[in-house]
Ligand binder design. Structure first.
Ligand code: PXP
Length: 257
């Protein structure tokens, strides 16, 4: 069964709107862990719009599970990762004007720079993941960089309108997951996943971790962080049970009414 990794950025978003000291993303992370999350992710952005440096430091010594640090491969962030030593560095593209991470990292188009950043993190003893679109060229580039993990961007799947369009995006994810895992990469997936669309993705063979943030934080506003996390884990367990008899495509069609 895929493990759930909870992204707590948007707890910090609510705090930063008022420049207040709550809600505390570290408290939310502890509740997510209590509910069964396998790891916690935060994205330290260049503009510090949500997570602050002190949050990453507090997470580092508070978490009982693993800390994933999502970041751009800049000199500043590489230095922070070397100092804080997260369990996994997740390289993502970053634009100041974007509302959220818009596309996967263009590893193929920036091979030398991404390879150098990846090798620097590996040399520091840190695990490295690349967030990429389900595109075979990008998978080859991740391998060329020596990263052991990739995360498939599920945003196009999540945003697809209608069953046919969503099936087409799901098939790209299936093929990318197969190719990447056969090449020896750990395959994770995330972005835009919700209780409503997670089942087919959670049923993709060999997907190890699902990285989910916004929908859990949104639901937590209504029902609390532990329950929101638990409901997502329950959905992933349900997908696992369905996958015994059904393909991910069948699961998508079953639940697309
Ligand atoms: N994975 C990566 C690499 C991301 O950048 C994000 C968004 O920060 C997520 C997963 C989680 O996406 P969402 O908040 O839409 O669940």
């Amino acid at each position: 069964m895929a493990k759930l990794c909870v992204n707590i950025d948007h707890v910090a978003t609510v705090r930063q709107v008022r420049r207040a000291d709550r809600p505390d993303p570290i408290a939310a992370a502890v509740l997510a862990e209590t509910a069964g999350a396998a790891s916690i992710t935060c994205h330290l952005r260049e503009d510090r719009r949500h997570i602050q440096d002190s949050d990453v430091e507090r997470l580092r010594f508070t978490l009982r599970t693993h800390l994933n640090l999502e970041m751009a491969a800049t000199e500043e962030m590489l230095g922070i990762a070397e100092r804080i030593r997260p369990d996994m560095v997740m390289f993502v593209p970053e634009k100041r004007e974007e509302v959220t991470t818009e596309g996967g990292l263009d590893v193929a188009g920036n091979l030398e720079a991404v390879r150098a950043a990846t090798q620097r993190m590996l040399a520091a003893g840190l695990r490295v993941s690349h967030f990429v679109d389900p595109d075979l060229r990008q998978i080859e580039a991740v391998l060329a960089c020596g990263a052991p993990v990739l995360e498939l961007h599920t945003g196009a799947y999540a945003n697809a309108q209608g069953t046919e369009a969503r099936l087409a995006e799901l098939r790209k994810l299936l093929e990318a997951a197969r190719v990447a895992s056969e090449a020896g990469l750990q395959v994770n997936a995330g972005h835009g996943l919700t209780l409503q669309n997670v089942l087919p993705v959670a049923a993709i063979p060999r997907v190890c971790e699902l990285h989910i943030g916004h929908s859990i934080v949104s639901h937590a506003v209504m029902v609390g962080f532990e329950r929101a996390t638990r409901e997502m884990i329950d959905a992933i367990m349900r997908a696992d049970a369905l996958a015994v008899r059904h393909t991910p495509e069948e699961i998508l069609i079953l639940f697309s009414a």
